[in-house]
Ligand binder design. Structure first.
Ligand SMILES: [Zn+2]
Length: 148
């Protein structure tokens, strides 16, 4: 980052602050040559790493789309879905992760979804936790009964 005043190629960080929502870092810098101060903003991207190794930007819309399918016919409204997706994003940003494996995203959805709707949770869990028998469902339902 060149100094915007004298083009000096180096600068010293005087102060750095993370935006409240965790999406950016503001840095106050000082140029060692002309001693003037300036601010830089670094956008923090949150990437999802797919099983193939490819990465794509984290998308709340994708979370909502995935969860909406599991919520079909359950009377869960769009606001609740949007809040759930926001919670997931804030959780990852709060943890300071820059890259998240895609299956972690699925797992992170489970708990808030269970609070939202138990049937939708079971549908979603059957995919993300690889339920492959009735016994898996029964064990999960037994666990749900213990919680509630
Ligand atoms: Zn300078």
């Amino acid at each position: 980052m060149n100094c915007p005043f004298c083009r000096h190629p180096d600068s010293r960080v005087v102060d750095s602050r993370t935006a409240e929502d965790g999406t950016a870092i503001r840095r106050r810098r000082q140029c060692p040559a002309c001693e003037r101060r300036f601010t830089t903003v670094e956008q923090l991207t949150l990437a999802v790493v797919k099983r193939s190794g490819a990465t794509e930007p984290f998308s709340r819309d994708k979370v909502v789309t995935g969860v909406r399918k599991a919520c079909q016919g359950r009377g869960v409204d769009e606001d609740a879905l949007a809040r759930l997706a926001q919670r997931i994003e804030e959780r990852f940003r709060g943890a300071g992760c820059a890259e998240i494996p895609s299956n972690e995203v699925g797992l992170a959805i489970l708990e808030p979804l269970r609070e939202l709707d138990e049937v939708a949770y079971l549908r979603f869990a059957s995919v993300y936790r690889g339920f492959d028998s009735l016994a898996d469902f029964e064990a999960e339902i037994a666990a749900l009964r213990e919680v509630s």
